[in-house]
Write a protein of this length. Structure first.
Length: 294
């Protein structure tokens, strides 16, 4: 969307110029926001300086330059090290560094004690998706809703925004929850490709079938969510747990025959059998979740 040249652009300070930080920086520069950057390795800032960014010699100088301070560093420890001893009074601190929910909550309190307002973020995108609206990338935000509202337009320039609650840990929790599901999908796909690896089957022929199947199965998460809300794990079940458990030996035998380790499947199959042993024959797979949180 074209920027209105008559609207004053919020100045931004960005600490951290890795691949993601650099991508973020370029979107704010392109949108006309005054940008001050700092990085432990100064050489990374040279290209951005040529594109119009102001480069601070120190993190303290970068923080002092603007009210809105955004961190995109390696980890939570790096955030603490970079900001240690700096004057954060009156600053709007937005942390886009990957962290755990507990770290985000601690960082929010840490910021409050130093006179800063705090917003935590979890970016659901890789650097090439930043600044490309059609890519579908976005970021979760949690913490001060007033702070989010104040900077929504600025934060929305690199990627879409989704505010998920005033608990500062929720952005990190949503981020890790979605990424955990992604890795589970990757694990299943890896096992599928391993099964055909030694056969005269082109992986490129399996790929579209696999993608379509995963897409067809994805809406099942809505049924899982509904069952968790109601507590009725039998509602709408088309494939009862007893039937699914009965089919697992075929998966394991196939893996053995194909010379493929079943290690990506067996933990989940073990949970399915445990749930069935508790007498949950008519349920689907939702009850496995309760085994995980015990």
């Amino acid at each position: 969307m074209p920027q209105n040249p008559l609207v004053e652009k919020t100045p931004v300070t960005l600490l951290g110029l890795g691949a993601m930080g650099t991508a973020l920086a370029r979107t704010w520069l392109s949108a006309g926001h005054p940008l001050t950057v700092w990085n432990r390795t100064p050489a990374r800032a040279a290209a951005l300086e040529a594109e119009g960014a102001s480069v601070a010699d120190t993190a303290a100088g970068a923080v002092a330059a603007n009210t809105l301070v955004i961190t995109c560093l390696l980890d939570d420890m790096s955030v603490g090290e970079v900001l240690a001893g700096l004057d954060l009074t009156g600053k709007d601190l937005v942390n886009l560094t990957t962290s755990t929910p507990a770290q985000a909550r601690d960082r929010a309190e840490w910021s409050r004690q130093r006179g800063a307002r705090y917003l935590d973020g979890g970016i659901m995108a890789v650097p090439p998706m930043i600044g490309v609206p059609e890519s579908g990338g976005y970021a979760f935000y949690s913490g001060s809703e007033e702070l989010f509202a104040r900077h929504r337009d600025t934060l929305g320039i690199p990627a879409g925004t989704s505010f998920v609650g005033e608990d500062a840990g929720f952005a990190a929790l949503y981020d890790v929850a979605l990424l955990s599901a992604m890795y589970g999908m990757f694990a299943g796909a890896a096992h599928a490709f391993a099964l055909i690896r030694k056969e005269d089957i082109d992986p490129a022929a399996l790929a579209p079938l696999l993608a379509d199947w995963l897409t067809a199965m994805a809406p099942s998460v809505h049924q899982t969510a509904d069952q968790l809300r109601t507590g009725d794990y039998t509602e709408g079940v088309a494939s009862p747990l007893a039937m699914q458990v009965a089919g697992t030996p075929a998966f394991l035998r196939t893996a053995e025959q194909q010379g493929v380790s079943p290690e990506l499947l067996t933990p989940y199959f073990d949970l399915m059998r445990r749930r069935l042993a508790e007498g949950s024959d008519d349920e689907g797979l939702t009850g496995v979740i309760d085994l995980l949180v015990r």
